[in-house]
Structures are given as C-alpha cells and as structure tokens.
Write a new protein. Structure first.
Length: 432
C-alpha cells in the first residue's frame, strides 16, 4: 500500500453511496484523480458497487471470516449463496435507530462494523491505507427512512470511518459536494437546485451559494424519493423480459379454471441477488409443477433456467446496457440469451418514457416539495445542477427544463461529481 508522510496525508473524498461508491484523490496542486476499480471483464471503472460479502473458511483448524467488496463480492456470493452473506444498502440503515446490529456466523455485528469492513476493503482495492489519509465523506441532507434520525446517521458514519482506521475525518453535505466545482465557477451569489440521482434514491436540495463569505453554502430545502435508476431497470424488465419468463401465463389445478401464475416469482427479476435466494429445490419444483399445466410451459421453464443457472447478473447487465443506450439513441436493442431462450427486442425511447412516467411524476413532486420547503418559487431558482447516471436520461432532464428553462440546467460528472467535490473541499469541509 502507498504510504504518506505524517506531514502530508493523502487527501481524498469518498462518496459512500447506497448502490455505488467512488474515491477521488487530490494532489498538492489541487488536481484530482478518480480511483479505478477492476471489473470481471478485465477493464476498470470509476465506481465500486457498495456490496460486502462475508463467508467463512477453515484455516488451521479454525473458521476465519473472509470478506470481499464490489464485483468480487458478487462473485463470492454467486459461488455459494447459501453460505455467503451479501450485505447491501448499508447506508440506508445508518439513521434507523431500530437497526443496530445483525447476526453473522453466530456473532452480533454492529452496523458500524459492517460499514467499516466495506471501507477497509474499498481502500485495499485503491491501494491506500486509511491511517495515511485525511478523508472527507458525504452525507445526505436528510437520511433515508420515514423516521430517520439525521444526527444518529452522521454519528454512525463518523464512527464507521474511525473504526475503519481514518485519523482525520470531515463530513460534508452531498449536494454541496456535487455542486462544489459548479459553485466555484460562480462569481456572484446564486440559489441553486441540485438534483443528485443515485441507484436507489434521488435527492433534490435547494442551496444558497454566497462566494467569498464566511458561510459560502447554506441548505434551504430538501426533498427525496426512494427511486432512481434501479426503478427504470424494473420498468424495462416488466415490459420486455418478464413475458418471456411466463409472467403472463395461466395454469390449471385439477383441470379447473385458468389461474395466473404466482406474481411473486417475478418481483425479484430486477434484484439479481434475490433470484439466488430462489435457487432452492422447493421453489424450482413449484415452478416446474406449475409449468406442467401452463398455457406456455416453455416460458416458465425459461424462468427455472434463469434461477438454476444464476443468470440474474447477466440479465441485469443486459437491461442496464439497453437503458444507457436509450439516453443517447431513439431506440435500443435488449439482448439476453441463455439455454433455450434468446431475447432480442427493440425498445423505443418513446415507450420507455411512457413506462417511467409514474416515476417522473414522483420526481416532479419531490422537486416541488424541495422548493416549497425553501419558501421559494421556481422562478427564484437561478441555476440547476444535475448529477448521477439517471440525470442523463432525456426525460429526466426535460423535467427540469420544463420547470426552469434549458439555460439554467447543467449536468455534472455522471458518477464522480460528489466524490470530486469532497476531494476538492478536503480538508475545508464544514461539519453539518
């Protein structure tokens, strides 16, 4: 691992996200570099999926707990889903007082320890030692959850970072970080709406930027909604993929009236890790038995093959690729194949936008609420800054353009804006 002298710690920003995490380093000249993480195909990417896999190995007569993060966690879980614990969405529980710990291999493990374990492995992948770093980490203006305790959420985040071994810790508002570079291009005060789209949540924050003052950033209002890019994947699966897997089939019991197949079998299609939990003899036998009297038995057997051969991750990748294409093209071809099934379906952007219309409506309601909570009107918003992959969906951008005008809307880095802002602000981040 790279070591830094005691007088010059490595300064970095970590965007610890619900779905993905990013590390950006800042050098002495103020330039930044985004850490690249390996992918299964041998390439690298700016993001590491916020997944922690834990399992036990027998070593020297003792059972020791092993761990992996990101894509390695996916591989470990798929190798042995029954003996491997896959921890997801850790950030979503930080502000929930009801969630304190979980049982792992007969021991009680606090949430802070799980987060610290993920951060330690993330730093290993980055070839960095926490004890040599000064870190700035983002937090949402409001944490996820109906009864979220924001003070508890930040306290747990700080405790997790300390347990991971970071000696210098700063916390900064994520929307403030997302707008950091944008704000520093301002030479006059401005009221800015920041839309920060994650994988599972979307945050909308109204911030007042006052360059050159003692308090350069002030949060005026906030609203969030528990959906984003993952929900768009679900819409594509519902309309394009699920019919090939028998969702619309009927079956008969003892020659009776046709009945719809159990819809719960299809609720996990967009959550590939849940499909692995269906890989049990009981569930596979249930689906096979229903297929015997189904209107299209071969389609239900496609579902059996998907679960049995653990092809959920391949399906997830195919759907995500089609969604990305729809951000730049008027149509996209979704291609997915396995034994006995080959899907090659063209998706028109107009259809995709119709499918996600209910989700866009929720975004619109949240935007309106954020402005209302700021005691402002839409015309008092000077600029709009959008970040996160979902912001590149044309229909999402159009939502802001219709409300505020195209001249006010600007996009940031697809995934790295928050982490880059955190790195640039380090060590100047203000405690919140």
């Amino acid at each position: 691992m790279k070591n830094a002298s005691s007088s010059a710690p490595v300064r970095l920003g970590i965007d610890f996200g619900t779905t993905n995490s990013v590390i950006v380093l800042r050098n002495e000249n103020g330039d930044t570099r985004t850490v690249r993480f390996p992918t299964p195909g041998g390439d690298t990417t700016d993001t590491c999926r916020t997944l922690l896999a834990l399992w036990q190995e027998l070593t020297g007569g003792r059972r020791l707990t092993e761990r992996a993060v990101g894509e390695e966690a996916v591989e470990a879980y798929l190798d042995d889903p029954t003996e491997t614990r896959l921890i997801m969405s850790m950030k979503s529980y930080l502000a929930q007082a009801s969630f304190r710990e979980t049982q792992l291999f007969g021991q009680r493990v606090p949430l802070e320890t799980l987060v610290a374990s993920f951060l330690q492995e993330l730093m290993k992948l980055a070839d960095l030692a926490p004890q040599d770093c000064a870190v700035t980490v983002g937090r949402p203006v409001r944490f996820v959850g109906d009864n979220a305790d924001d003070d508890l959420g930040e306290a747990r985040l700080r405790a997790s970072l300390a347990e991971a071994g970071f000696p210098e810790i700063s916390i900064m508002l994520e929307p403030e970080a997302a707008g950091w570079k944008f704000a520093h291009r301002l030479n006059h005060p401005a009221t800015v709406l920041v839309g920060d789209f994650g994988g599972g949540t979307s945050d909308f924050s109204v911030l007042r930027f006052e360059p050159g003052t003692a308090q350069p950033t002030q949060a005026l209002g906030y609203a969030g909604v528990g959906l984003a890019g993952d929900q768009f994947d679900t819409r594509i699966i519902d309309h394009v993929v699920a019919p090939f897997l028998g969702r619309d089939c009927t079956f008969r019991i003892m020659g009776g009236e046709p009945l719809p197949v159990p819809i719960e079998w299809y609720s996990s299609l967009a959550r590939w890790h849940r499909l692995s939990l269906m890989r049990t003899p009981r569930i596979l036998n249930e689906i096979t038995e229903v297929a015997r009297t189904a209107s299209q038995p071969e389609r239900l057997m496609n579902l059996v093959e998907l679960i049995r051969e653990q092809n959920g991750q391949l399906l997830y990748n195919a759907v995500s690729a089609a969604k990305r294409t729809l951000s730049t093209e008027d149509s996209a071809v979704l291609r997915f194949s396995q034994k006995g099934l080959a899907i090659e379906e063209t998706i028109q952007r107009a259809d995709f936008e119709r499918w996600i219309a209910p989700d866009l409506a929720q975004f619109g309601d949240a935007i309106d609420l954020a402005i209302e909570r700021s005691n402002l009107t839409p015309d008092q918003i000077d600029r709009v800054f959008l970040t996160g992959g979902t912001s590149f969906v044309p229909a999402v951008r159009e939502l802001f353009i219709q409300r505020f005008g195209a001249d006010k809307v600007e996009l940031g880095g697809e995934f790295v804006s928050v982490a880059e802002g955190l790195a640039l602000a380090n060590p100047l981040a203000l405690a919140v």
